[in-house]
Design a protein around this ligand. Structure first.
Ligand code: ADP
Ligand code: MG
Length: 377
């Protein structure tokens, strides 16, 4: 167990993390006479001690948002408050924020110890205190005894851990990370994802993490803000976003989704009844669409089942007739491409079992799923 961050110098165990409030944040870059909004009205309340991830495709404004919080970019409009106090006019070094970037950005000519101690030296911390804090930070990232090495003598994963140690050595209350695992291979990335979570729990400070990798975001975050085109498309827990996407972008960007075109026929409390392929499908719906309105229903491939398969204890209400167009055995599950009446393609993923009959291409079938797994987007 390492817990250098929890009993080190500085504040007590409560409220160790900063809260961050973004209000109508905007950043416009001038590009050869045309103006482009990199960040377009982002409002977010990031809680003290939270692990919040900005998730979105390349160019959606994640880095620009992070750079404005850090103070390296100035907002065109809007406000950034840390612990309730606006920091827009405050230079980066006074915000006391730790930062980790994708390209490790270690100083190649400095040892690990000197790299990690650098922010302390800048802050005028004494040599003896520096040695103690550096040792604590290296222990925290599981690299005790690596102090005398140079960055080139470390693997990519180790270099990134040194970068994390350097970012937290001065005990910031907020850590910003921009795709810190982006350059690492899959296995190492997965290990470090778990380490980042542990580090977050050990330190108890606020993390704002940037990634374009939805699986990484789902694994690590308390909450995720999905960004698209400079705006927040939805913010919520991983479960919220996966089970109750607000819109088509989020449904398509996080996990795999089926999209079924339908026409609203009726409303029953919080359930909408829509016609799809001549069949009535029920879906959860936060709004109140009008009868006759054209809508899209979404559902996850692993929530669909063949209607005649064993469904102990479940009574899925939604059903649709389909034809199997593709059947792929993928070890732990079978993946089927299905076609509904008018040509709508549907993906169904079934956990594999020797006891379940596999479907053949060309076979007619009925699929079934529950209303709770059907969302109107
Ligand atoms: P992300 O990190 O999500 O990939 P960025 O915040 O880097 O997105 O970029 C958002 C948009 O702003 C992109 O269209 C990008 O080309 C543009 N952009 C970013 N930085 C600059 C800059 N310094 N000058 C001009 N345009 C920029
Ligand atoms: Mg970026």
């Amino acid at each position: 167990m390492t817990s250098a961050g929890t009993n080190g110098a500085g504040s007590g165990p409560i409220g160790r993390g900063a809260s961050v409030t973004l209000s109508d944040l905007e950043k416009t870059y001038d590009r050869a006479n045309a103006v482009a909004k990199a960040v377009d009205g982002v409002s977010l309340d990031i809680r003290s001690g939270e692990f919040l991830t900005l998730l979105g495709p390349s160019g959606s404004g994640k880095t620009t948002t992070l750079m404005m919080i850090a103070g390296f970019e100035t907002p065109t409009a809007g406000d950034i408050a840390i612990d309730g106090k606006s920091v827009v006019a405050m230079p980066p070094y006074r915000r006391n924020i730790g930062m980790v970037f994708q390209n490790y950005a270690l100083f190649p000519h400095l040892t690990v110890e000197e790299n990690v101690g650098f922010p302390l030296k800048q802050r005028g911390v004494s040599k003896a205190e520096r040695a103690k804090l550096v040792a604590e930070a290296l222990e925290l990232v599981h690299l005790p005894g690596y102090g005398a090495r140079y960055p080139r003598q470390l693997s990519g994963g180790q270099q990134q851990r040194v970068a994390v140690a350097r970012a937290v050595v001065f005990k910031p209350r907020l850590l910003l990370m921009d795709e810190p695992l982006g350059a690492l291979d899959k296995q190492l990335r997965e290990n470090l994802q778990l380490e980042m979570r542990r580090l977050h729990a050990d330190l108890g400070i606020t993390f704002i993490y940037v990634t374009h990798d939805q699986e990484e975001a789902l694994t690590m975050s308390d909450r995720i803000a999905v960004m698209n085109d400079g705006k927040v498309a939805q913010v919520g827990s991983p479960e919220d976003l996966y089970d109750r996407p607000d819109n088509r972008f989020v449904a398509g960007f996080i996990g795999e989704s089926n999209f079924l075109p339908a026409i609203v026929r009726d409303l029953e409390d919080d359930v909408v009844v829509a016609e799809c392929e001549g069949t009535l499908i029920r879906a959860l719906c936060p709004g109140r669409p009008a009868s006759g309105e054209k809508v899209t229903l979404t559902t996850r491939p692993e929530r669909l089942r063949f209607a005649d398969a064993n469904q102990a204890g479940t009574h899925p209400q939604n059903r649709l007739s389909v034809t199997v167009t593709e059947a792929v055995f993928a070890g732990e599950r079978c993946r089927y491409m299905l076609q509904a009446g008018d040509g709508t393609s549907i993906v169904l993923k079934e956990p594999s079992s020797a006891a379940i009959r596999r479907r053949a291409v060309g076979e007619r079938a009925e699929i079934a799923w529950s209303v709770a797994d059907t969302i109107l987007v």
